[in-house]
Design a protein around this ligand. Structure first.
Ligand code: FES
Length: 365
């Protein structure tokens, strides 16, 4: 069976050498000197240099980046937070990595689609130039392939939902990974399919890979019931889906009613946070410096609990990607409202927009 999703090793020698430099310069900061030699040699934060920008169909562009020495690699399907300075203002956004982790040249890529009226995506698609240095946050995400492929795969994607799956396909293509794969992809227009040529080439070159392209402007919208025709053995396959929330909701309820929900893996660009079905009993958030207690019912983020109590809370995306809302938790149990996982915190930083209180929680604010 194919081994997939292995982490590529970073160069430990280079990493050790730069860490040693950090120790030698302490308490001064070596970065000011290192940056004169190479702007990617920061010991404080991970950076990358834009190498190329390749236009893609559908108003997107692939930005190829050479990451700095501390890049530890990614698993296909994960995303990275990207920091850019636009007109003097720092912005952070999360993008799925579209590159295979096995690229021989060591480059990584993201493929944002231009959002009209947006700030970061138009910058990355139209304005960023080779040589520009960007900041790289942590690689995150559990939308990843299993280590062993024991059964056939089904990918269901729509629009920009192709991006994490493209990393998976590029990773699988050189080995035996595409020997039994069906990919149902929806796009609005035939000439606007991002990665359309590469997907068609995979379909042509790999006998075990079948692309079912649904052009919604001509064929109508894809529904889960269509799978009985497009991929009759869908129940037997490990399925990876990424696309708009309505599509993922429909797939989830279809798998619950007619399949095995455990075999459907999905990636939401907008996570579901809390809501009516929220678990847990909620709690109280104490804002220590304000000497104020805020009620935090089940499914309510600490951010919202603070706002409801009149606290001026920091926030950005409100969906757990930008880290603008982070605050130190002095003590208490918190619930991740996306996964329902509960953890005990003691002087740790958390994202208040996606965590609720589980009992009494004290925040340093
Ligand atoms: S992570 Fe962006 S506001 Fe919380």
């Amino acid at each position: 069976m194919a081994e997939v999703g292995m982490r590529p090793p970073a160069s430990p020698l280079r990493r050790r050498a730069l860490r040693a430099l950090r120790w030698l310069f302490t308490p001064l900061r070596p970065d000011d000197y290192l940056e004169l030699i190479n702007p990617l040699w920061s010991t404080r934060e991970l950076r990358g240099r834009v190498e190329r920008v390749e236009p893609e169909r559908g108003g997107a562009a692939t930005v190829l980046i050479r990451p700095g020495f501390d890049w530890v690699g990614h698993r296909p399907g994960q995303y990275v937070r990207l920091g850019v300075v636009i007109d003097g203002v720092h912005h952070w956004r999360a993008y799925s990595l579209t590159s295979s982790p096995d690229r021989a040249d060591g480059l990584i890529s993201v493929t944002p689609k231009r959002v009209d009226g947006g700030v970061v995506s138009p910058f990355l698609v139209d304005r960023v130039h080779p040589g520009e240095v960007v900041r790289l946050g942590e690689v995150e995400g559990s939308f990843t392939l299993p280590d062993r492929l024991d059964r056939g795969l089904l990918f269901v994607t729509a629009g920009s939902g192709i991006t994490p799956v493209m990393s998976m396909l590029r990773h699988l293509a050189p080995g035996p990974g595409l020997r039994d794969v069906v990919h149902v992809h929806s796009a609005r227009e035939a000439d606007g399919v991002t990665f359309g040529d590469e997907l068609a080439a995979l379909d042509e070159q790999h006998q075990g890979f079948r692309l079912e392209l649904r052009i919604t402007g001509e064929d109508g919208r894809f529904t889960p019931a269509d799978l009985d025709t497009l991929c009759p053995d869908w129940r037997e396959r490990e399925t990876y889906a990424c696309g708009p929330g309505e599509l993922l909701d429909a797939l989830q309820s279809h798998w619950k009613r007619h399949g095995d929900a455990g075999r459907l893996h999905h990636e939401r660009f907008q996570p579901i946070v809390g809501g009516e079905d929220a678990e847990g009993s909620g709690g109280t958030v104490r804002f220590a410096h304000r000497n104020l207690d805020a009620d935090c019912p089940p499914g309510t983020p600490i951010l919202v609990a603070g706002e409801n109590a009149g606290v001026d809370m920091p926030f950005g995306c409100r969906v757990g990607v930008c880290h603008t809302c982070v605050l130190p938790i002095r003590e208490g149990r918190i619930r991740d409202l996306r996964t329902n996982a509960v953890s005990e915190k003691h002087n740790e930083i958390v994202r208040t927009c996606v965590h609720g209180a589980e009992g009494r929680v004290t925040v340093e604010l």
